[in-house]
Design a protein around this ligand. Structure first.
Ligand code: SAH
Length: 350
């Protein structure tokens, strides 16, 4: 077995060079050991619980032009939609009835949703459901906006750093700046949000050293949540012909994130479920402890195609809710429908 495996399990710490060296030299047997160490570490911090969050993809309109993304502004083939605040509220009602205590509101960067519209919406949701956690994933906005949304009740914010390599970041995001993304994450943290960062695995040109840098960045930022998924090429983007990430490489990164930021919440992502029929279950066995079933209305959910062949396109919110529960149970874990705050957040606020 690789000597660094035992060390990362015992100390939750490795340098960038050590991570790179480990990633380059993992054998198949090492990978199984790694997943198992990550599972044990997850169990130490969170037991056997898996938290569920209801995901509402409320708009696929986006002003950004990320090379990998199916809803990038330049993709004229995608049929655009935007849910009204009333429609979003109706999704929340349905989510609540299905037992969710966290609603994740995700969209492209769509400025139709002004501060005023978002504040109003968040206030309405909080008034109706004071005990639920509201998670936003709406991309880059002004710090003042983040502050206003937090003040009126938003609890968490998901914004992947996407890649910690500045060069790769700027190639993939022609309309965005590397430093700005990090500044947003720092601002969100400073305001008091529980913050989720994360990255894609298998981006064109991405090296093991880049992935090691992703993990080192997470160790420094100490986010509450870490989203890691394989990059999946979309035919209507400039990266259509690229290879994309593999299930194995992604599972290795999920397990490494668990060992290096052990107290974080790590979702078994939809992208993993898309690559492999058991992708999410495998992630749960490699250290992940959150699943985010889609509750977007069936009428529009296929249009939120960040990548192709995304699972659950024809399903209804209740299908996803119970399908996931069965999957979690058959993988040997327990569903927890509570808010599921991160350990770090609970420790700072009690
Ligand atoms: N506009 C929001 C939400 C982005 S969509 C924001 O900027 O945060 C959520 C995530 O999907 C992205 O952060 C990205 O990591 C992932 N994603 C986008 N296109 C993808 C693709 N082709 N394959 C895999 N993941 C993708």
């Amino acid at each position: 077995m690789h000597y660094l495996l035992e060390r990362v399990y015992q100390t939750n710490d490795l340098s960038k060079e050590e991570i790179t060296y480990l990633l380059e030299n993992l054998t198949q047997v090492d990978k199984e050991v790694l997943y198992n160490y990550a599972l044990k570490t997850k169990q130490k911090y969170y037991g056997n619980k898996v938290y569920l969050r209801g995901l509402i993809e409320f708009s696929n309109i986006c002003k950004q032009d990320c090379l990998y993304c199916g809803i990038r502004a330049s993709n004229v083939k995608v049929k655009r939609y935007r849910l009204t605040p009333e429609e979003i509220l109706a999704c929340c009602d349905q989510a609540y009835e299905l037992g969710y205590q966290t609603f994740v509101l995700q969209s492209g960067e769509d400025l139709w949703y002004t501060d005023e519209i978002l504040v109003n919406l968040i206030q309405k949701i909080k008034k109706r459901y004071p005990e639920v956690a509201i998670t936003l994933s709406i991309g880059e906005r002004r710090v003042e906006t983040y502050q206003n949304l937090f003040t009126c009740g938003a609890d968490r914010f998901l914004m992947r750093h996407e890649t910690a390599s500045k060069e790769l970041y700027e190639t993939l995001h022609p309309t965005m700046r590397f430093e700005e993304r990090r500044a947003c994450l720092n601002a969100l943290k400073g305001i008091g949000y529980q913050v989720g960062a994360g990255f894609m695995v298998g981006l064109p040109g991405q090296t093991f050293a880049d992935l090691a840098e992703d993990l080192r960045y997470l160790m420094e930022l100490r986010p509450d949540m870490i989203g890691i998924g394989p990059f999946i090429p979309h035919s209507e983007t400039p990266l259509a012909k690229e290879k994309g990430g593999t299930i194995k490489d992604t599972l290795v990164m999920v397990a490494m994130a668990r060992l290096l930021v052990p107290e974080s919440l790590i979702p078994a992502t939809t992208a993993l479920g898309t690559l492999h029929p058991q992708g999410r279950e495998l992630a749960l066995k490699a250290g992940a402890n959150v699943v985010m079933p889609i509750i977007t209305p069936t009428s529009v959910r296929k249009q939120y195609a960040l990548y192709e062949n995304k699972i659950c396109g024809d399903d209804h919110p209740e299908d996803c809710r119970y399908c996931i529960e069965r999957r979690i149970q058959s993988a040997g874990f327990e569903v927890d429908l509570g808010r599921g705050d991160s350990r770090q957040f609970v420790a700072c606020n009690s």
